[in-house]
Design a protein around this ligand. Structure first.
Ligand code: HEM
Ligand code: HEM
Length: 184
């Protein structure tokens, strides 16, 4: 039996992970509390904040992806069966894809409504499709569907992480928690 400690994620990856979790909590709260969008609604107040914050999440996710690819990452916990390692890798890939798809479909949907997406009012971002385009309308609706899909996949990811604590009693959750290598 190999008792050497399981390698954990580095500080930057942990920082990105928990920053994105916090940003998604805020983004869901904004999405659900902003006024209902109808024909002619203007992107003001909470709606505007939802657009800017969504783009900020996209930027952080892209930086995180670059960091993940450009720096060495810890190997999967070698005590796990191969099917769990494959499932974890698939779910992690899906999480990146879904968050980025939400950002793109939201942006495209907003462009289709003729809204200018800004980064907190500081920079105007380009429209991705023409106002009134059917692609904008369809992808705007897809955005609402993906909202639920991301919640389900995150739910699966969190249940799996907690199952490792409760059932597996292994180090999987600790790989992503702060201060793990600093124990006495
Ligand atoms: C990870 C990023 C994002 C998440 C988690 C998210 C989440 C949400 C949620 C929860 C809603 C409410 C849906 C409902 O009530 O059924 C919503 C609606 C909306 N979001 Fe996002 N959003 C994200 C990014 C963006 C971005 C980047 C934009 C635009 C730049 C955007 C534009 C919109 C628009 C226009 C709506 C209203 C949809 C409609 O009723 O037509 N979102 N989003
Ligand atoms: C309370 C909520 C969450 C918990 C407890 C949690 C826990 C974990 C743990 C323990 C790992 C390391 C797994 C391993 O050993 O490889 C991990 C990795 C990961 N988590 Fe979460 N997570 C949570 C929320 C989220 C959310 C909302 C996302 C959405 C983007 C996410 C995306 C990822 C990704 C992509 C990885 C792979 C490492 C990376 O590329 O950053 N997690 N998470």
């Amino acid at each position: 039996m190999d008792y050497s400690p399981t390698p954990e994620y580095g500080g930057a990856m942990k920082g990105f992970h928990w920053l994105v979790v916090a940003m998604l909590v805020v983004q869901y709260a904004l999405g659900w509390t902003m006024p209902e969008i109808r024909r002619g609604t203007q992107p003001e107040g909470l709606v505007n904040l939802h657009l800017s914050f969504g783009v900020a999440i996209g930027a952080v996710m892209l930086l995180r992806l670059v960091w993940r690819v450009a720096t060495p990452q810890p190997a999967p916990d070698r005590h796990l069966p191969a099917w769990q390692r494959r499932a974890a890798a698939a779910v992690h890939g899906l999480l990146y894809l879904l968050v980025l798809a939400l950002v793109l479909t939201g942006w495209i949907g907003a462009s289709g409504r003729g809204w200018t997406v800004t980064l907190f009012g500081a920079v105007d971002l380009p429209a991705l499709v023409a106002q009134g385009s059917s692609v904008g309308h369809t992808l705007g609706e897809l955005h609402e569907g993906l909202v639920t899909v991301l919640l389900l996949v995150v739910g699966l990811h969190v249940v799996a992480a907690l199952a490792h604590v409760v059932l597996g009693r292994d180090d999987v959750l600790r790989r992503m928690l702060p201060h793990w290598g600093r124990k006495a």
